[in-house]
Design a protein around this ligand. Sequence first.
Ligand code: NI
Length: 130
Amino acid sequence: MIKRFGVSIDKNLLGRFDELIEEEGYSSRSGAIEDMIREKILKKEVEQGVKERMGVITAVYDHSSINAVKELLDIQHEFGKVYATMHIHLDEGRCLEIIAAEGNPRKISNLGNRIRSIKGVIHASLIFTC
Ligand code: NI
């Protein structure tokens, strides 16, 4: 069900918002506002850690680091609810691992932090989704 509502907002701010959402390809304000509300709710739920969420972790690591390869695998086996991983051989020296895991956001954040701190991991990031 769709609910309509009116919003009073600063004219300049609305102008900047319209420019931004046009750049991002939205065809209407409604879609952009809906996405912002979803994002805000997701962020809050992740902070509160009340619901299980999907997290996607990316990790670029040194291919020659046996330690990094082993620890990446060990940590994922230990976590349990890792549903999928994708491994990409970026170049001769670096690999990219994309890991999709489900769980309490705090546990997933912890998983991301553990991966980030592995010796041989060059860069790691984490995003949450529904
Ligand atoms: Ni590789």
